[in-house]
Design a protein around this ligand. Structure first.
Ligand code: SF4
Length: 377
């Protein structure tokens, strides 16, 4: 079979299974990216969530020995929700980023890639492939750029002409030499809005991110949040959308093509206070299908405490005192103590003093001291 003909059949089939964009690229080494990744590693700018060695991340042949091409797919997600719940005093809410709306996109895209590979296997014998979505070794963005899905923005996102950067990306390395597509001939031009708007300066240069300073990354860590990021986080429970929201290429872009990616407002903007006492089981039942739950409930609870402090939500103080005194996790006890001090109610400070007498963890005591220091501000 002519590979171009098969390619057209795959493109037709991809539309039927809800793939919004598909592109084909050669499986050559990503040599330019290799040097960039080395620089990132040397500078300490990586998140630590990356999979594989730099070689595995840039040489498709190391992942599929007879790799010839890579099929890139994109699925568009919404940027606006229909009914936003009110975020009001006494009932403050947190926020999950848009990439965590609806069902976990890893699941959604992997399912589509499975269907695609099954389809291709019926068309050609000896078909080998390897699929990945976000957590694989390959850079979804580098593949998407080479396959003509979109161009690489200064905010490190792939920007498509149709859906802006609100797309999930995945890919399949194959042993079929599909004719490649051409990259999108577009760029950010002189625009630097995302770089100028990043509150932590995490976009250190066009297309270069220091993940350690990126709030999206910080919300996913499990330890204490460094002081300088706490106020910037605001009510963010997971991820951070600023560099996408400010992008002129995303203005008016709001795509609703997949019911399973529609947000449940109560889940993506949940009330903060109930999160503090949620059990593991309840967390899994309520949030388990969302991409934003992948690190478990601790980071979400820690971020909820920081959000309550951001709002100076006095109705949360009793619950925060309970956590400070009884929670077995130092990060939660310490962050609660800091938050109690930041909220600054009359009964909060003596509660910190009393809890500090019984506390033995030095990091928690440090947070208690920070909480008490708000008394003099
Ligand atoms: Fe590019 Fe401007 Fe969008 Fe940043 S905000 S990604 S510089 S177009």
């Amino acid at each position: 079979m002519a590979y171009e003909e098969l390619k057209q059949e795959i493109i037709e089939y991809s539309k039927k299974i809800g793939i919004d964009k598909i592109g084909f690229a050669a499986a050559n080494e990503f040599s330019e990216m290799k040097s960039r990744l080395k620089l990132q590693q040397e500078a300490g700018y990586q998140s630590g969530f990356e999979k594989g060695t730099i070689e595995e991340r840039t040489e498709p042949e190391l992942l599929l020995s007879d790799a010839q091409s890579i099929i890139a797919i994109a699925v568009a997600y919404p940027s606006r929700m229909k009914s936003r719940p009110k975020n009001k005093k006494g009932e403050r809410r947190g926020n999950f980023c848009r990439a965590s709306w609806g069902m976990d996109y890893h699941h959604v895209l992997n399912e589509k890639l499975d269907k695609l590979s099954a389809f291709i296997a019926t068309k050609i014998s000896g078909f080998h492939y390897r699929s990945m979505v976000d957590t694989g070794e390959l850079s979804d963005r580098a593949v998407a750029e080479r396959a003509g899905i979109g161009f690489s923005g200064k905010n490190c996102a792939i920007i498509t002409p149709e859906f802006g950067s609100y797309v999930y990306l995945g890919e399949m390395i194959t042993n079929i030499p599909f004719p490649p597509d051409t990259p999108v001939d577009d760029s950010c031009g002189d625009c630097t809005i995302c770089i100028d708007s990043c509150p932590t300066g995490a976009l250190v240069a066009p297309g270069r991110l220091n993940a350690q300073n990126c709030i999206a990354f910080v919300t996913q860590t499990k330890g204490f949040v460094p002081d300088e990021y706490r106020e910037v986080m605001g009510n963010q429970l997971y991820g951070f959308d600023t560099c996408q929201l400010v992008c002129p290429r995303n203005k008016q872009v709001d795509t609703h093509l997949h019911p399973e990616l529609e947000p449940d407002p109560e889940l993506v903007k949940p009330k903060l206070l109930p999160l503090l006492s949620i059990t593991n089981r309840e967390f899994k039942e309520q949030f388990g299908t969302m991409a934003g739950s992948w690190r478990g409930k601790k980071p979400i609870q820690r971020n909820a405490i920081i959000a309550l402090a951001h709002y100076k939500e006095e109705s949360a103080v009793d619950e925060l005192i309970r956590l400070m005194k009884t929670d077995p996790r130092p990060v939660i006890r310490g962050t609660a103590a800091w938050a109690i001090g930041k909220i600054g109610t009359d009964d909060g400070f003596p509660a910190i003093v009393r809890a500090k007498e019984k506390e033995s963890d030095p990091e928690v005591i440090n947070e208690m001291n920070k909480g008490l220091a708000f008394q003099n501000k």
